[in-house]
Write a protein that binds this ligand. Structure first.
Ligand SMILES: [Zn+2]
Length: 119
């Protein structure tokens, strides 16, 4: 789970790669709500681990809490840009809440598994 969270945090900045390679990169598509919705759907369909979507969301929000600059939160649907800085604290709070919620879900699932094994 910690590995998935770390990987998600790093994957979000892959959208810098075209700029590093010298290609024009007008938007940062991985820093959008559309991206996190698509990733959450893929995780829900493929991984199906309890709490995994909360971990992915926590990683996304944690990344956004420490990131800087302009993002288009609804890209590729809209290219209205927003400065990240005023939203750092809410993103950080959301990241912590999602991490706690993921831990709670994992503990509840573990408790169900233990109770199921005692029948
Ligand atoms: Zn970033």
């Amino acid at each position: 789970m910690a590995l998935a969270s770390s990987a998600m945090t790093l994957v979000l900045d892959i959208d810098h790669l075209p700029a590093y390679l010298g290609y024009a990169q007008p938007i940062r598509p991985a820093h959008s709500l559309v991206f996190i919705l698509v990733v959450s759907a893929i995780v829900a369909i493929t991984i199906k681990a309890p709490g995994m979507n909360l971990i992915v969301l926590s990683a996304f929000l944690g990344h956004m809490a420490v990131d800087t600059g302009l993002i288009a939160p609804l890209s590729p649907l809209s290219f209205y840009y927003v400065q990240l800085d005023p939203y750092r604290l809410p993103f950080a709070a959301g990241a912590v809440l999602c991490a706690f919620a993921a831990c709670l879900v994992l503990r509840l699932e573990k408790g169900k598994a233990i109770a199921g094994g005692q029948k």
